[in-house]
Design a binder for this molecule. Sequence first.
Ligand code: SAM
Length: 283
Amino acid sequence: MRFDIVTIFPGLFAGIFEHGVIKRAVAGGLVEVLTHDLRDFAHDRHRTVDDRPFGGGEGMVLKPEPLAEALEAIGATAKAERDLARESVVLLSAQGKKFTQATARELAKLDRVVLICGRYEGVDERVNELLADRELSIGDYVLSGGELGAAVIVDATMRLLPGVLGNEASSHFESFGRSEAELVLEEDEAEAGGAPRSTYGSGGLLDYPHYTRPVEFGGLTVPEVLSSGNHELIRRWRRERAIEKTLRNRPDLLEFAVLTEKERTFLRSLDDQIPSSIDRHRP
Ligand code: SAM
């Protein structure tokens, strides 16, 4: 898979892609991440890529022409043919749809993603209308540029690609992972592909708490069940802690979480401990 990042600050990405999983994925030829300096597509002496906003107001706006030229120069497919080419052009924007794990899964199916990083007051709206396929926000806050957002999207997406994580199942077990039912469905659909089957996914819950050595730290000991060797007990303990944590930190996720009858009963039993109305969030 190839990522192209169009930015006025290509230098910002230098360190980010030179460590850990991304570095290994790039070195192993699974992922290509290219940065492109938007100023290379300006034609005046000052390499101008921004201009004053029509209608007045604060700040400057990124002009559409250098961005259009950049896309052409890097060989982005014409907008009408992008689906067919398994390609997408993303405009980073605080006004965009929220980028989630589901979006990352969608992007991970593509061959190429081009990320346009805004700066200043933003980007001329015609870039959104004519050049981009989607406008994505990484959260409800305003950043000074799209670069950190682009890095977030590259990281979250590329770690879902086959072969990038050592253990394929890792991305199913963690926070926002899919349920066993979804994984089985996908396996059925991709029958010939022989995707590895995970025994269960997180089913839309947050991840369970993790522990490592030492057994005792700061007066707290690792829960005994984790050293019991009883896999069924450990599995159940982890599911229950995941349900608790999701209820405490992200009750909105419970609406779509896939829970067994027993787990629902457990969730209801938490009503006393966590006084928020769980009925609102019960599927
Ligand atoms: N005037 C814009 C607004 O109020 O929505 C904010 C512009 S922001 C200072 C400059 C650039 O940062 C944006 O064009 C966008 O590319 C990027 N950006 C800011 N917040 C973002 C977010 N939450 N997600 C993704 N990109 C963001």
